[in-house]
Design a protein around this ligand. Structure first.
Ligand SMILES: [Zn+2]
Ligand SMILES: [Zn+2]
Length: 371
């Protein structure tokens, strides 16, 4: 995936000064704040992420100089910031608490982890939608240590790195960055003698049943996000999200092409020549289709609206039926005699075999001219 130019992202010129840069950033960050875009929070978050990344580079004179010389390669993926969470800190530093705690920053108790689960669906389940009940692992307070994570008779101690604050301040250019302490994970405590049952995590694994609505039109590789269905936070923060990664089994009859379904159907050369009505399987059930007389091998017929419903929208794909004309592999005596009789009366006639007829005409003409 190619990244957009950071100056372009922030809508500023290459010679922008620090004040104008900050102003441009502030304007965009406010505009795309998820709280201000309730109808499309995810898109706003994505946008904000891009804006934050651009600002984090351009607001740092060293990194900006590297970016000017070497482009995105010069500053690496998020460069020295190491992830979105820390850029959130920057965001919170700039805006203080104007949005309260609703913006999910990494300051304070850490958010529960996101979970990713794969779910394999049949071709029809993905195409038509279905409901699934998933066994999702999550963690609750450990019974043995009551969640303290400490072995009986011992206690957690204040973290020496952050002195029990749960966060560390550091200078980054002209900003003070605040980040969650990595030594204690933001809890401000460490456990010298961890509980054996939970290895000090204070949590034990349980499973919950989560109902997932798979929408019609789901496809291989689709990720469905269930907000707040991920891991619980170990220290009182909001839970993470659960992502369901959709896998789709192959189907013996159908192939998918966007919203369309492709199905190959073999027919006999007699059916192709004389025309016929054939039964066609679709994901919506059996239907019947007319094959006109004189149908050629590989002809594709289209059954309107017999395909896959469009994901999250109106409309329905078609089914494409490709007919494969089969030539008999072996003939008994009676069949052979009948076909010989047929050949006798039709031969290379223009009506029966127009292509062969014209080919033979060309061959004749070619050798005539060579003489
Ligand atoms: Zn425990
Ligand atoms: Zn700490």
């Amino acid at each position: 995936m190619s990244k957009r130019d950071y100056y372009e992202v922030l809508g500023v010129s290459q010679d922008v000064d620090g004040t104008a840069l900050k102003k441009a950033y502030r304007k965009l960050a406010l505009k795309y704040h998820p709280d201000r875009n309730p109808e499309d929070q995810e898109a706003a978050e994505e946008k904000l992420k891009e804006i934050n990344e651009a600002f984090s580079v351009l607001s740092d004179s060293d990194r900006r100089a590297r970016y000017d010389r070497f482009g995105h390669d010069g500053v690496g993926d998020l460069g020295g910031f190491g992830g979105f969470g820390n850029v959130n800190d920057l965001f919170q530093d700039l805006f203080g608490s104007i949005f309260g705690d609703s913006f999910r920053g990494s300051r304070g108790p850490a958010r529960g982890q996101d979970l990713l689960m794969e779910e394999e669906l049949t071709f029809e389940e993905a195409a038509l939608g279905t409901e699934k009940t998933l066994e999702v692992p999550y963690h609750i307070t450990c019974d043995t240590c009551d969640g303290s994570g400490a072995e009986k008779g011992s206690k957690p101690e204040a973290c020496s790195v952050c002195r029990g604050n749960g966060e560390v301040r550091m200078q980054q250019g002209f900003f003070t960055m605040v980040r969650t302490c990595s030594n204690c994970g933001g809890s401000g405590q460490v456990i010298p003698n961890p509980c054996k049952a939970c290895k000090g995590a204070g949590l034990q694994e349980e499973f919950s049943e989560v109902e997932v609505n798979i929408p019609p039109g789901a496809y291989e590789g689709l990720r469905i996000r269930l907000r707040g269905k991920g891991e619980l936070s170990p220290n009182g923060g909001p839970p993470g999200d659960l992502y369901i990664l959709i896998r789709v089994e192959e189907h013996p009859l159908f192939e998918r092409d966007g919203d369309n379904v492709i199905c190959e159907i073999p027919i006999s050369f007699i059916q192709a020549a004389m025309g016929s009505r054939i039964d066609v399987p679709t994901i919506h059930g059996m239907t019947s289709m007319k094959i006109p007389a004189g149908t050629q091998p590989g002809t594709v017929f289209r059954l309107k609206k017999k395909g896959i419903p469009r994901l999250n929208g109106p409309g329905m794909g078609d089914q494409k039926v490709r007919v494969m004309v089969e030539v008999p592999k072996s003939l008994n005596k009676e069949q052979r005699e009948l076909l010989e009789k047929f050949e006798e009366i039709s031969g290379d006639s223009k009506d029966c075999n127009p292509k062969r007829h014209s080919f033979l005409e060309k061959v004749k003409g070619f050798f005539h001219m060579e003489e």
